[in-house]
Design a protein around this ligand. Structure first.
Ligand code: EPZ
Length: 406
């Protein structure tokens, strides 16, 4: 396994381009199971998670090629309906093949996703929605087994104790598009990645309204055809790069950004006194000001994203004053706290630290960029799950970053 070494204290300068959104591409790849016709997905980031999802599609009978950001799913019947544990356990998002398999084949056998360091990660809302559409569901030896003679549109309230669920909304939407009749999903997730999935389904011939709002209406159709789609930019990678510029006191132009997807983050950073200038399709970030501490509470979109919590904690560790960070989506999502404390909480000195999940590892990278001296981050495969070419992007901005064997 590799570790990442960061020689901190360098002000990042230059331009960087954000890649396609991991959390949009994963459900959109799953949605190709809903048709036997060719699909082309562009702007796909080359990540561990992307390749994991492609492995699953191939195991389910698809012919999938991935080259230079472009995935071609050529005609290949969705033949197998079983998503094996060995594949699903590596990535929770694989669970969103349940909806499309049920929609296309009227049956599915999908391994329950494991928990992970940020929490138990239940799937009760996924099953509630699929059951409401008329599927018989049983759990056997760690697998969800779902089958139906016919899916029927219905009204589904999909809110959970922590609010809406992104992948549950994705799963239910992908099962409902081929159901007979109208489905209304109340308390649907509003994340831009859910809306991007809906846009792809509409290009395939689905009838969907209200995506991006808490109420999504789906009129079932008989058949979906192939489509071509370009993935939206990754707002979490964009946010991480914006914070990298701020935490190092740099001056960076972050390209390929949809400003409206970053409202809560930019609002908080403005409250902290950050200087962020909007240009067409890009943001100019100058870390030339001492930032104030601000309080953060993570919420479902459009609230402050939980996927930016660790990164924001790193930034708040180097501003003066006290910042209170409340995690309302995953109460256990604080694995990075101990690692940041090892760096002196004010991140005065680098230290050997361990990445625990995708976004915690991003938070540690930011801390390493700000710290004086060397930080070594082990288990960086977490980082590779969600940040395309992140080392090269940081090196291009002047960061002293390299990889060493553990
Ligand atoms: C998606 O996960 C993202 N992953 C996560 O990003 C992100 O942190 C999360 O949404 C919240 O924004 C992908 O899109 C692939 P949820 P998801 O269902 O859909 C509870 C990253 O770093 N819940 O929206 O699995 C759940 O426990 C990853 O890229 C239920 O109670 O998250 C959590 O507290 C990490 N029952 C809350 O809802 C359910 O059936 C939100 O979870 C499902 C979820």
């Amino acid at each position: 396994m590799d570790k990442l070494i960061i020689e901190g204290g360098v002000k990042l300068k230059g331009e960087v381009t954000v890649s396609g959104a991991k959390n949009a591409v994963l459900p959109i790849l799953a949605a190709t199971l809903l048709t036997d016709e060719p699909c082309v997905i562009k702007g796909v980031p080359n990540l561990r998670d992307t390749n994991s999802m492609l492995k699953i599609l191939r195991a389910l009978g698809k012919i999938a090629e991935f080259d230079k950001g472009r995935v071609s799913i050529t005609a290949g019947k969705t033949s197998n309906y079983i998503a094996e544990y060995k594949l699903v356990s590596t990535m929770r998002a694989s669970f969103c093949v349940l909806g499309p398999l049920l929609g296309k084949l009227k049956k599915a056998k999908v391994s329950l996703p494991g928990g992970c360091v940020i929490g138990v990660r239940p799937v009760d809302l996924h099953l509630k929605g699929i059951r409401a559409l008329g599927a018989d569901i049983s759990i056997d030896s760690g697998y969800v087994i779902a089958k139906t003679s016919k899916l029927r549109g219905t009204y589904i309230y999909l809110g959970g104790v922590y609010g809406s669920s992104v992948l549950a909304t994705d799963n239910v939407m992908m099962a409902a598009v081929l159901a007979s009749g109208k489905t209304v999903i109340e308390s649907a997730a509003c994340e831009p990645e859910v809306a991007d999935l809906a846009e792809f389904l509409i290009k395939m011939g689905a009838k969907i309204k209200g995506h991006g709002t808490p109420v999504i209406e789906i009129e079932g159709v008989k058949h979906l055809h192939g489509a071509t789609h370009s993935i939206i930019p990754d707002r979490i990678e964009a946010g991480t790069l914006i914070l990298a510029a701020l935490i190092t006191g740099g001056d960076v132009l972050v390209r390929n950004v949809q400003y409206q997807h970053l409202g809560a983050l930019i609002d908080k950073l403005s409250e902290a006194g950050a200087h962020i200038e909007r240009t067409d399709g890009a943001l100019r970030v100058k870390g030339n000001r001492k930032l104030r501490s601000v309080n953060i509470t993570t919420l479902p979109y459009p609230g402050f994203p939980t996927d930016m919590q660790a990164q924001m904690m790193s930034l708040m560790s180097v501003t003066g004053g006290i910042s209170v960070i409340t995690e309302k989506i995953y109460p256990d999502r604080f694995m990075h706290v101990a690692e940041l404390n090892r760096m002196g909480a004010h991140i005065q000195s680098g230290a050997p630290v361990m990445a625990s999940d995708l976004r915690a590892s991003a938070g540690l990278v930011l801390a390493g960029l700000a710290a004086c001296g060397k930080t070594s981050i082990s288990r960086i495969y977490h980082l590779e799950r969600g940040y395309e070419f992140i080392e090269q992007k940081l090196i291009n901005l002047g960061a002293k970053v390299w990889r060493e064997k553990e």
